[in-house]
Ligand binder design. Structure first.
Ligand code: JB2
Length: 204
């Protein structure tokens, strides 16, 4: 597992409840020694171990950091591990991309597609026909009622609601508790009820 912060605790617990084992964690913080009893290695230790094929998951909340680490581990030939907390409800007719996490209490209904390396956080709800891109984070308690399209790298804050059929452009940020009633452009930050654009600084 990569990352040993707050999100890592949630991922470890989900893996253990799924019946899995986390052998060790890699983190760039040289002071970090263990998390929930699991040893932490720094990146140099990892190189020194020159391990073969590994299953991995990136347990870092920030979308761009998680994306970068995911792509580098895939490029090195490692296999992304998908985590579905047994206390979530995931339709057999939904697709969850590799290396993604579906957390405790989350609901993913039929005909949903979720990309790789996503976080569907605690108690988020993704209803029928939603499409979520790669490297997205759907925050705790967020609600996507139906047919919402979320492009790559989007962050939807805790408790936000996105109305049916809305499209959210890549790398957009939706503030916590927002109600999104209109499409959202790439790289925009929107928040409020109804959600309004606050900034659009990142280049396409
Ligand atoms: O490039 C990196 C790197 N960048 C940050 N490589 C490696 N190996 N590790 C990296 N990290 C590590 O990620 C930091 O050293 C730190 O241990 C961890 C980030 O921890 P933090 O607690 O700051 O954030 P988080 O991503 O675990 O949790 C955030 O996102 C969650 C979804 C928080 O906002 C949580 O509250 C939230 N639930």
């Amino acid at each position: 597992m990569i990352g040993c912060g707050g999100h890592a605790k949630v991922v470890v617990d989900s893996i253990v409840r799924q019946g899995g084992i986390v052998d060790w964690i890699v983190d760039e913080n040289p002071q970090a020694r263990s998390l929930l009893g699991i040893p932490i290695l720094n990146p140099e230790d990892l190189e020194a171990k020159s391990l073969g094929l590994m299953f991995f998951i990136v347990a870092i909340g920030d979308n761009s950091t998680r994306r970068m680490k995911y792509l580098s581990f895939v490029a090195a030939g490692h296999e992304p591990f998908t985590v579905i907390h047994p206390g979530s409800i995931v339709s057999e007719r939904a697709d969850i991309g590799s290396g993604s996490l579906v957390g405790a209490g989350a609901v993913v209904n039929p005909a949903v597609e979720i990309g790789v390396n996503c976080i569907v956080n605690t108690s988020a709800s993704i209803d029928h026909d939603c499409q979520i891109g790669d490297h997205c984070h759907i925050g705790p308690g967020a609600r996507l009622p139906a047919s919402v399209v979320v492009e790559d790298g989007v962050f939807i804050g805790a408790g936000a609601t996105v109305l049916p059929g809305i499209e959210i452009g890549s790398n957009a940020t939706i503030g916590a508790g927002s109600v999104v009633t209109r499409n959202v452009a790439n790289n925009s930050t929107v928040f409020g009820n109804p959600a309004r654009v606050r900034t659009s600084t990142r280049p396409d």
